[in-house]
Design a protein around this ligand. Structure first.
Ligand code: NDP
Ligand code: MG
Length: 395
């Protein structure tokens, strides 16, 4: 039986993962849970899953958390800014399922891989900011790194039994998000409420806004390059309206393979946990007769500048992808708080990328330094883009 540490347990992926584990109780047990600040939700999960460790960044009542944890038989409780890292580094588990948001997931992933543990990774920002370090650590420690992102899971499934040298193009599919068909110039006034309405997926707030700007797809382009060792030119994005094809591989002989199912994150989570095997599951049912037609459209960089920025960041290399990702976190938060407009997001990211120092991305130290520098730059750019009485101060 594999033991699983779930970090980001109270989130969208975290709860999908727990529903997968509830179905597969004979195969897996939960050995640890972590969240950022939702103490009561974390304790509710601990009552169900009886983990050996808990981690929480911001405990609103530390004494109560420790007392409750003790009564539930939890051996270790980690509290504070680096709680997830200390839990990943200091507890026993077979698989770390990393479902935290943003750069917060980098250190815990690296720590797990350095210990030779398997990592099931939803936290794509880790691969964007520290992809080379992460891949190198997985290789050096003979540790498995399995993607949960549905596109990358689809590609991995398409590549099963194939030689990676046979790859011509990895085709990442996107639903196009809620603003497909509208120009950038028409999006100035969109509200967080409108941007949070994704046509296909129900997800956490940050990735939902990233899906509306297509920044999420940009992150996934970088994630694909790092995971599968291909050049940026070999990764293409195509809009696929129905979200039934989760991605495709085009091979050098001209043949394509695709992975299909109704959209449901429990399937890629299950694959990451059971890989390379298939288990029996009734969680996701799909019927091809429901897929009457599958449509595809080209994606324009002009309409989705965030996608262009990801290719730019890949081109510039070093810590620029890390800075880009950190700037997006800051800009998305400012948009959600209605401090900046939707269209200011790409401007702030691009300006941050042009402001920060590009360092070599070969140490965690440099990555954390660049992450902090980019956040600072992006915060100050957000102030210059602040919305005043329904309009923009300047741009
Ligand atoms: P949610 O916002 O729903 O959940 C985030 C989880 O991470 C929560 O448990 C939250 O704790 C915790 N968390 C947030 N910030 C920190 C931090 N600084 N330190 C420690 N824990 C933290 O996000 P999602 O589940 O939607 O996304 C998680 C990751 O998976 C992201 O990287 C996303 O891009 C990726 N992903 C998500 C998909 C989806 O369908 N949702 C699909 C593919 C990838 P708390 O509740 O206490 O705030
Ligand atoms: Mg995805």
């Amino acid at each position: 039986m594999k033991s699983v540490l779930i970090q980001g347990a109270t989130g969208s992926i975290g709860s999908s993962a727990l529903s997968v584990l509830a179905e597969q109780r004979g195969e897996f047990r939960v050995t640890g849970l972590a969240a950022r600040s939702r103490q009561n939700e974390l304790l509710d999960l601990a009552r169900i899953w009886k983990p050996k460790s808990l981690a929480l960044n911001d405990a609103h009542d530390e004494t109560a958390l420790r007392r409750e944890s003790e009564s539930l038989g939890v051996d270790s409780v980690f509290i504070g800014e680096d709680a997830a890292l200390r839990q990943a580094a200091g507890t026993e588990y077979d698989v770390l399922l990393n479902a935290m948001v943003g750069g917060a997931g980098i250190a815990a992933t690296l720590s797990a891989l350095d210990r030779g543990k398997s990592v099931a990774l939803a936290n794509k920002e880790t691969l964007v900011a520290a992809g080379d370090l992460v891949m190198e650590s997985a290789k050096r420690n003979n540790a498995q790194l399995l993607p949960i992102d549905s596109e990358h899971s689809a590609i991995l499934q398409c590549l099963a039994g194939e030689s990676w040298s046979g790859i011509r193009t990895l085709w990442l599919t996107t639903s196009g998000g809620p603003f497909w068909g509208r120009r950038q110039s028409e999006l100035h006034d969109v509200t967080p409420e409108q941007a949070l309405k994704h046509p296909t997926w129900v997800m956490g707030a940050k990735i939902t806004i990233d899906s509306a700007t297509l920044f999420n797809k940009g992150l996934e382009v970088i994630e694909a390059c790092k995971l599968f060792g291909v050049d940026p030119a070999a990764v293409k994005v195509i809009r696929h309206r129905e979200s039934v094809i989760h991605s495709m591989v085009e091979f050098t002989d001209g043949s394509f393979k695709a992975q299909l199912s109704n959209p449901d994150m429990r399937l890629p989570i299950l694959y990451a946990l059971s890989h390379p095997n298939r288990v029996v599951s009734g969680l996701v049912a799909s019927s091809p007769s429901d897929w009457s037609a599958l449509h595809f459209d080209e994606v324009s960089f002009q309409d989705f500048p965030c996608l262009r920025l990801a290719y730019d960041a890949l081109d510039r290399g070093g810590t620029i992808p890390c800075a880009m990702s950190a700037a997006d976190e800051v800009a998305v938060q400012a948009f959600l708080e209605k401090r900046i407009s939707f269209t200011a997001i790409p401007e702030i990211i691009e300006n941050t990328m042009n402001t920060v120092t590009n360092r070599s991305a070969d140490s965690l130290e440099n990555i954390l330094l660049s992450d902090a520098e980019a956040r600072q730059a992006a915060h100050s750019l957000c102030r210059t883009h602040e919305i005043v009485a329904g309009d923009l101060k300047c741009s």
